[in-house]
Design a protein around this ligand. Sequence first.
Ligand code: HEM
Length: 472
Amino acid sequence: MSIAATAGHSSSSWRPPAPKPRDKIMSSLEMLYVVSRNPLEVWNKFHFTEKAVARRNIFGDVVVLMDPAGIRHVMVENVANYRKDDLQRRVLGATRAKGESLLTAEDELWRKTRRTVAPLFTPRRIAGFLPLMSAAAERLAAAWRRKPDGYPIDAALDMTRVTFDVLSSTLFSNGIDNGNDRFGNAMSRFLETTGRVDPLDIIGAPDWVPRIGRLRAQSTIDFFESSVASIIDTRRKAIEEGRQPPPDLLSALLQAADPESGQGLTDAEVAANIVTFIGAGHETTANTLTWALYLVSQADEVREELEAEVDGIDLGSLDAGDLFERLPFSRAVIEEAMRLYPPAPNLSRTAMEPDVAAGTIIPGGANVYMPPYVLHRHRLLWDEPDFFRPHRFMPGRRESIDRYAYLPFGAGPRICVASQFALMEAVIVLATLVKTARVVFSGESPPRAVQRITLRPAGGMPMRLYKRSNFT
Ligand code: HEM
């Protein structure tokens, strides 16, 4: 394949692939089928033009909110009236370790866990992780440099590897990577299982009704959870014996204490949070990077501007304090990738009591959806919503975006606890890879976005690697 033939498009005219919104409302049965195949295809045209859409179907009342003020009301002003909905709890909780984690806990347990875990992710604490993230990115870049021109890769797989590498060095100081493929494979299977929405979960079948997918993966899940438990056990003993523990997230979790009560986390809670960090932090960041690489490969002007930014900087000399200031366009590309393909494409809550948001009545017990995927492409909120326009996130323009129109990390008290960690990781990995090589999309047809809790390309992201010097 000649390099010229693989070049992208002019950024101004190219429209990134997305499912075509439906023209008509679906029946409940049709919806069940679509949701279990790809929930991203459930949205109608009017979801992208209305502020709120309320419906009653056989599963109960559903209100979809696309109005920033209405979302602020649910996520912040009247947050006490809303809980994580049952579907989300079922899907996320179905395979979790025995304890509750920050992601799944509610009420006082959530407050206590958040108070205990949030200090792990303050800018000061995570600043020390930048060199580890940079080193993981550099390891992948070095592997890319060794490949001949035109070498085929699945960028989705490579991004999963690099984010796994970042997690294993920041969580466990690389204590799990000694050729431990079994752990890595178990983790991938574990993530596959947690990511799938089972129709039985949608209709609210009780937990004792077996889910086939989960049964199949049970032994992998057991292996994965027992590996995590044994890593915790070894570390806990080392701390008790007075040995200096490595400065990673596992040590921090084992030593964390609720600032109000002074109480620490139980081993089961530490395990549940480790599993959650892996589940919530691995694929989300990998998908952000995969879509960002794809978008950049398709938009020549953006790619040139990005290459110019990263070429002018010694990435190794950056520290966490000036990363975003020195790489504003890299950050804008990541933010725009998360606008078009938000890794968490739907946020949902259940209303405890009746309420009103965006002028719409929310019945008690209703499921309230605030889907970033729809919100980020809403006709009333964005200029050129379906186009790849990273400049909208550059300093000076970004400030005019409504805080509640852009929710890749959610909002309010349950906002992603690790958003700055994730952003830092995505920016340094993207910058390192773009500086190293040019990746060219090589699929026969455009990638198809599917939602499996996170939003990923179906069947991966086929690309080819080329040396940058070939193009200059
Ligand atoms: C690009 C990467 C990421 C994205 C887009 C993302 C997105 C989100 C979103 C939208 C929520 C809120 C869900 C809701 O309100 O229902 C959330 C919560 C959470 N995220 Fe992330 N996340 C990312 C990376 C990470 C990483 C790297 C970690 C951990 C190392 C992490 C850990 C968590 C946890 C523990 C929560 C629950 C917080 C709580 O309920 O108090 N996330 N994330």
